[in-house]
Design a protein around this ligand. Sequence first.
Ligand SMILES: [Zn+2]
Length: 520
Amino acid sequence: MKRPINCLLALTLILTFCPRNAAPLASSSVHAAVVTAIRGATLIDGTGGPPLLNATIVIRGETIETAGSAASVTIPVGARVIDGSGLVVAPGFIDTHNHSDRGFSEDPAATSQVSQGITTLAVGQDGGSDFPVGAFLGGLDRDPIAVNVVTFVGHATVRARAMHGETKRQATSGEIRAMEQMVEQAMREGAFGLSSGLEYEAGKPATTEELIALATVAGRFGGIYISHIRDEADQTFAALAEAIRIGKEGRLPAQISHIKLGSVAVWGRARAAVALINRARRRGQDVTADCYPYEAWNSTIRVLIPSGRHDDPVAVARGLADVGGAQNILIVSCRAHPDYEFKTLAQVAQEQKMAPVELYMRIVQEGGASIVCHSMKEADIRVFYQQPWVMVSSDGGIGSRHPRGAGTFPLVLGRFVRERHWLSLAEAVRKMTSLPAWRLGLENRGLIRPGFKADLVLFDPAKVIDRATFQQPQLVSEGINRVFVNGVEVWQDAKVTGLRPGQALRHGQGAKGKELRAKS
Ligand SMILES: [Zn+2]
């Protein structure tokens, strides 16, 4: 959910499975001549259309050369042939809200990501990104990871730079102009749009007008506005309306990040939230959302008290009640008290013989904690997942301490599709592939089509399932058999291959743009 969490945690995790010898591929020419054929699989092409049984796909270098029924596709002589019988072959999954940024150096093979079928992930979320974006992408060009990376430019990032760290106030017009220039620079360097995190301290004091000004710049370059909105609890509806207004007045598409209804007062109101967004869509506005498939969120403990009055017992009591009580709050990391980790606030309060309110205030005073908070309802998640404009996102990433970091996509395929029949397999795959590709503006990914990049997932639809839990968030999923990124296998037989064929993607620069850049 929040970048600083990942900063805190990334260093301490992953060490057990990090393949330090993961090797980047020197250039695409290395594998340009390699031809691979996948035969016998059920092809789900990402459009949401009906599956094609017994299909053959031919991959040449990093590109899909042909795909179709076994009878219509000839496998070239000398091709490496993979038997896909019993499996589904789908486009690689595209995660529009991911926090792997800080984990790249710890696990460049991106184990928790590729093991769930992710082949492209979008970072720079919730208002926090690397800056300059060009330097970040250049770093990935030189030292790639296993998957493709897209980045947004963070509102809080440019805000902190323009305001020299003094973000607890409204910005002056001069400061907003400086932010606009930074957003423009980021868009020119390849950012896919502007992200914001208006529930967090550096973003919260910003006015809607400030955000409209910056969104307008991102929109001029064809980017989108993607937002962790100002409130995900009692004030969710006002926050949704603000995001819609920013999209409208900024004249660009708006995406609600990890849409949720996270407090007692709004539980069960997903249909009303959907209606609000549908009204904007009917007016012709392009508004979409992504959603992770869990009833619990992960963030800093401080977000429980939106007023920021962390030492006011009345405000704290209200904040704890809003999420259903201290038993719904699991402490997952606490520097001052590691012994609190993986216990609920209620459990620790009982052990310490303190009231939960008192314990909360002490934890915040002593440096805070990262929590997993069970404050959403499955019925709301189901309503969101059944909207055609809602895509699957993880809000996780390498090193996540929430099971969504390793389990999101298999959970949707195994539990929502296979067990509960909330949506068809083809529709779920569409929400993981062509829908996010279209949302981001990726021209040649998200579908199985000749000429598209060979980002592919082979999975067993009868077995695919998440295993990550709140106690063991790093457990990798089952039933994802093989994953290809740009034609190169990164996951095979429940292990990473260690290859790093991922590309740093620039907005508006598909294959053609790349050629132009090379010439200039
Ligand atoms: Zn977030």
